[in-house]
Design a protein around this ligand. Structure first.
Ligand SMILES: Nc1ncnc2c1ncn2[C@@H]1O[C@H](COP(=O)(O)OP(=O)(O)OP(=O)(O)O)[C@@H](O)[C@H]1O
Length: 261
């Protein structure tokens, strides 16, 4: 479904990604992991056309996308969430999801505005569809609450629901579990699996190792812009380079903390 081929991205003298290649097969959940500054967000931004790579190609279902603007990439079926949440705080929960549907339904903005004003037209079905998305994410009971009143956990679910409402083929989740407690993270894992079961392919950037190890079919590990490993969660957990670069760092930190206690 997605082929990232020899991608390099330079910001002046900083090489954020260097000759990175990997693939995402249809129906997979793939995790992009690595320590801080490894180049994960930069890779996500190139796949979702926030900016182009310096060199290399990105192919989505046979179409080269690395030089396309975001407005041309999204309709191909790529949607994403943002770590620093992009929900509209002064809109209600359902309005946020309806904005996500806008591109997919081709309802024009005037029609959407009419709906938001309570005018019943054929756009009613957009509303009903939005409610079904909210139910999928367990947000139906708070459909009319302002996004500004939501907890971080609910905001992350709303961000997820809005991206899902565009009916993507490939969904990029950028640290969707950041700041969530253990129970919320487990619920998020279950939801990501549920989304995949609807036929959506998922690429996640995530720091929560329990989450990625439990849900991902494959992991791609970056360190200082370079791909150092690719494989199943089990293979990655046993990979020496990964243990040194990433998991080892976590273990060391835990040991230091324990010693301090
Ligand atoms: N717009 C930019 N201009 C200059 N340097 C940048 C820019 N964006 C990222 N970088 C640099 O590129 C490198 C990779 O950053 P990136 O944010 O992709 O890493 P990351 O793996 O997502 O890190 P984190 O886990 O902390 O979010 C870092 O050295 C970062 O400082």
């Amino acid at each position: 479904m997605l082929q990232v081929d020899s991608i390099t991205k330079r910001f002046g003298g900083v090489v954020a990604n260097s000759e990175v290649s990997f693939t995402v097969e249809e129906g997979q959940i793939v995790g992009l992991i690595g320590p801080n500054g490894a180049g994960k967000s930069t890779m996500f931004n190139m796949i979702s056309s926030v900016f182009p790579p310096t060199t290399g190609t990105i192919t989505f279902q046979g179409t080269r996308i690395e030089k396309l603007p975001a407005y041309q990439v999204a309709p191909l079926g790529i949607s994403r969430t943002f770590q620093n949440l992009q929900v509209f705080k002064n809109m209600t929960v359902i309005e946020n999801v309806m904005v996500g549907q806008h591109m997919q339904t081709k309802t024009n903005l005037f029609g959407m505005a009419s709906l938001l004003l309570g005018i019943t037209r054929k756009e009613r079905k957009v509303y009903d569809q939005a409610m079904s998305y909210l139910a999928f994410f367990g947000l139906q009971d708070i459909f009319d609450q302002k996004a500004s009143s939501l907890s971080l956990g609910k905001l992350r679910l709303l961000e997820f629901a809005r991206a899902f409402a565009t009916e993507p083929k490939l969904l990029l989740l950028d640290e969707i579990a950041a700041g969530l407690n253990h129970k919320e993270t487990q619920e998020m894992s279950a939801l990501i699996n549920k989304v995949r079961d609807t036929g959506v392919t998922v690429l996640v950037v995530e720091h929560d190792m329990d989450l990625v190890m439990s849900i991902c079919d494959k992991l791609v590990v970056l360190d200082q812009g370079v791909k150092i490993a690719e494989g199943t969660p089990k293979e990655i957990q046993e990979n020496e380079a990964v243990i040194t670069a990433y998991l080892g760092a976590d273990i060391d930190e835990e040991e230091v903390e324990e010693e301090a206690i």
